[in-house]
Ligand binder design. Structure first.
Ligand code: NDP
Length: 475
């Protein structure tokens, strides 16, 4: 959200390296320069176990009807050996490799070759060339925002194929799910490794690179801040949005098609998952320009965490509810279905409005109305690596006055709604809410740590004014 700052009147920018005694910490905002043992241990754990966790979840659906306990019982009782499970796992196929290559190539073409036209006719939609936030080195990148267009084109083609052309089955994703997992892993590791090599030998912006000297940390958390090929192919924007998030709704549609094929109907729980997650995905693309100001783009460097995570973790684990419902078609009672729908919609409303309030506040530099009143805020300042001093504001009105990350709270309510569609017979679909709670709580703490390094004592004033993180009065 800092990008608009360089557009402020010049009196608000102070090119002198004026100091308030906090310069050293302020110029180091962004990803860590030094690695503590806890971060290193977590990173090694994730590098070793995250791919296994994904495999375990998908395999347990394929071989154990989504039971997470049965494979362990089989192994412990000697009923099965690891080799039995592995030998039953579908291998990489030429067909899956072909599908995946075509899919990624198609998304690259949509991203690079077709400038956005949606913003020309959709009122309120911000697309086309947009600026990102100012980086720690003081760079402002330009982005071609055309994700909504890519999503629409892809889905129109998907439905056209399902209803008219019949070139492939709408269940194609489900039918090749495990072979596609191997392809996604190959791409995830390839792009992360390439990003690491690129960071060393031909970075896009050398000043925004960070080297901790620890190979594993650099591989995981990334060296380059905004790696690019050419002027427009931005790794972070491409890999996070497409193929991962465009695929999310297609994967859910494929699960719905599989239910139809297997049981002759699509259950209301599957419809709820498709609708609620569809709203979330569409919201992401409608607000893609806003996304340029979120932590992923503004603060995270591009490493395995984003590269592999976007290719494998996101499409495979964010869609577990739909996968589960293929194996266990749950038909919810009307009251339960309405309750879950309401929880999902209220969560979405809080998530969107909180994000919108901050966006509006920052875009207008506080000259706006939040809940009908002029917003209250705390003035703060920070410094980029070249010593330029910037001014900013932290809002204490609206949802931002209730808690410091109420947008995460809304996100968590929505996540819980997805899980509840699956009933209570198995824990597998609840992985998502557990994961999101850990992710967003950790993210909240990480962000606050970064904000403290960035704003120093101004951040302390803010946390005194808004003392809670996620739930007012509790946390
Ligand atoms: P935020 O949108 O909350 O952005 C945090 C940044 O906003 C801070 O670093 C600071 O940046 C600025 N800020 C903090 N407090 C204030 C304030 N009071 N007034 C004005 N600006 C403030 O975080 P994220 O980017 O993490 O999240 C964006 C959305 O994406 C969230 O709704 C989250 O739920 C969602 N999300 C979803 C994920 C998923 O996997 N589904 C993963 C991650 C996020 P600055 O330096 O500009 O001051």
């Amino acid at each position: 959200m800092a990008a608009h700052l360089e557009k402020k009147p010049t009196e608000e920018r102070n090119r002198k390296s004026t100091q308030n005694g906090t310069r050293t910490s302020q110029v180091q905002w962004g990803r860590a320069w030094e690695v503590d043992w806890f971060s290193l241990a977590s990173i090694l754990f994730l590098l070793m176990f995250a791919p296994l966790i994904v495999y375990y979840f998908i395999m347990s659906c394929d071989q154990y009807q989504c039971s997470l306990i049965d494979p362990v019982i089989d192994l412990l009782t000697g009923n099965k050996y690891l080799s039995d499970i592995w030998n039953k796992t579908p291998t990489l196929t030429y067909r899956a490799a072909g599908i995946y290559t075509l899919w990624v190539a198609f998304q690259v073409v949509l991203y690079v070759c077709i400038p956005d036209f949606c913003h020309k006719f959709l009122p309120g939609y911000v697309g086309g060339v947009q600026e990102g936030a100012v980086t720690p080195a003081g760079v402002v990148n330009k982005y071609e925002i055309n994700g909504l267009q890519a999503w629409i084109v892809t889905h129109v083609l998907w439905f056209a194929n399902a209803y008219y052309f019949h070139c492939f089955s709408p269940t194609i994703i489900f039918d090749n799910w495990i072979p596609l997992l191997w392809c996604a892993n190959i791409l995830g590791y390839a792009v992360s490794t390439f990003a690491m090599i690129k960071g060393y030998f031909f970075p896009t912006n050398a000043k925004d690179c960070k080297f901790t000297g620890n190979f594993f940390y650099d591989y995981m958390m990334g060296i380059e801040f905004n790696p690019r090929i050419g002027k427009w192919f931005d790794f972070k924007l491409f890999f996070n949005g497409r193929p991962g998030i465009v695929a999310w709704t297609l994967i859910n549609l494929s699960y719905a098609a599989k239910q139809q094929e297997l049981y002759g109907q699509v259950t209301n729980s599957m419809i709820l998952v498709n609708v609620l997650q569809g709203i979330y995905v569409l919201d992401f693309f409608w607000n893609e320009a806003w996304y340029l100001k979120t932590i992923d783009i503004c603060h995270d460097h591009f490493g395995w965490y984003l590269g592999w995570g976007d290719c494998v973790w996101l499409p495979y684990l964010y869609t577990l509810q739909g996968l589960y419902l293929v194996y266990h078609p749950v038909q919810l009672g009307t009251a339960n279905a309405i309750g879950i729908l309401m929880l999902g919609l209220i969560g979405y409303y809080i998530f969107r409005m909180t994000n919108h309030q901050k966006d509006l506040f920052r875009r207008t530099n506080g000259n706006c109305k939040i809940w009908g009143k002029k917003p209250e805020y705390i003035e703060c300042s920070y410094m980029s690596v070249d010593g330029t001093k910037y001014h900013s504001k932290l809002m204490t009105s609206g949802f931002w006055g209730w808690a410091r990350h109420f947008n995460y709270t809304g996100d968590l309510m929505g996540s819980l709604a997805y899980c509840l569609t699956c009933g209570f017979d198995h824990i597998l679909p609840y992985f998502y809410i557990v994961y999101m709670t850990i992710l967003l709580t950790h993210r909240c703490i990480r962000d606050e740590h970064r904000c403290f390094s960035k704003y120093g004592k101004d951040w302390k004033r803010y946390t005194s004014a808004v003392p809670y993180r996620l739930i007012p009065g509790i946390f």
